[in-house]
Design a binder for this molecule. Structure first.
Ligand code: F3S
Length: 298
């Protein structure tokens, strides 16, 4: 059995940065809490909680004097204002790629443009982006755009600015862009899909296409992991989605000659290593890419 790990599996730059910022705050003995789970991974949340980083769900729960860590998904303007109003110090771990989208949509609305966000409506990153506009429209795909334009044909002439959730697929984005370019007369487009996502998705697809089975590691709540599982499922006959090594049933991979592993952006290296170790026996050499990856610290 050959086990191959996708090079880009696991933490992306933004998630790694956010976890490091939380760790550093805890190491300095600073009382701090994260506003919402910093990533979709319960093991990492427990790890941070053990180091004294509490978890709150809204600004009103912030203990007096504690710094509030904003996760890589970012938060809307109202949340920043609520924290400032309560006098909470903020450790802003919003991924710089996401902060850029906040600036784009805020400026666009300031110029009187209608903001269109291509993404999953209930995803925290999309809610946060929408939270920088007064009248955002969220489109889950081309069908939503068609419906929105049909509702009022004058919308084809108004100034529009279109951005994407960082973890959208290129397929969904390109379909929306093509439709908008064809129909709308005053359109500004910002391709804000994160390159890390694109790379992870395309590497997972390449691996899936030449593997008998794919193991996708990531939290059940993680939309980028869900997308990875969907993309792999279109190219590979067997996809197993797990959150941690203990969930892996070796019998599900019985008689598979080649198995690929990929992992969502919020999966830490130690979980990937556990899964890899469980699947590998002493006859399988650790791939060079994996050895390199282990050298990275959180
Ligand atoms: Fe940032 Fe891209 Fe990760 S937007 S949080 S580096 S997926």
């Amino acid at each position: 059995m050959k086990v191959e790990l996708a090079r880009s599996a696991g933490f992306c730059y933004g998630v790694r940065r956010a976890v490091r910022m939380a760790e550093e705050a805890a190491a300095q003995g600073m009382p701090c809490v994260m506003l919402g789970p910093i990533i979709h991974n319960s093991d990492v949340i427990r790890y941070l909680e053990k180091r004294g980083v509490g978890l709150i769900q809204c600004p009103e729960q912030a203990p007096e004097g504690a710094a509030v860590i904003i996760r890589s998904h970012g938060e809307g303007k109202a949340v920043h204002e609520a924290l400032a109003h309560r006098g909470c110090p903020v450790i802003d771990a919003t991924c710089p790629n996401v902060s850029r989208i906040h600036r784009i949509v805020e400026e666009a609305e300031g110029e009187g443009r209608q903001v269109l966000i291509v993404g999953t409506a209930d995803h925290p990153e999309v809610s946060a982006i929408a939270g920088w506009c007064a009248h955002p429209v969220v489109l889950e795909g081309k069908a939503d755009l068609e419906r929105w334009l049909e509702e009022d044909p004058k919308r084809r002439q108004i100034p529009l600015t279109m951005v994407s959730q960082t973890t959208s697929t290129h397929f969904i984005w390109t379909e929306c862009v093509k439709k908008a370019k064809k129909e709308c007369t005053n359109l500004k487009i910002f391709d804000t899909i994160c390159n890390a996502t694109y790379k992870r998705q395309s590497e997972a697809q390449e691996l899936a296409a030449r593997s008998d089975a794919m193991v996708v590691i990531g939290g059940r709540e993680s939309s980028n992991t869900k997308r990875l599982a969907q993309l792999c499922g279109a190219l590979c006959p067997k996809v197993v989605w797990i959150e941690r090594a203990a969930e892996l049933e070796p019998s599900t991979l019985y008689r598979k000659a080649s198995i690929g592993i990929t992992a969502g952006a919020s999966t830490p290296e130690w979980i990937i290593k556990e899964v890899y170790d469980k699947m590998s026996d002493e006859h399988i050499e650790i791939e060079e890419s994996f050895a390199e990856m282990l050298e990275k610290s959180i």
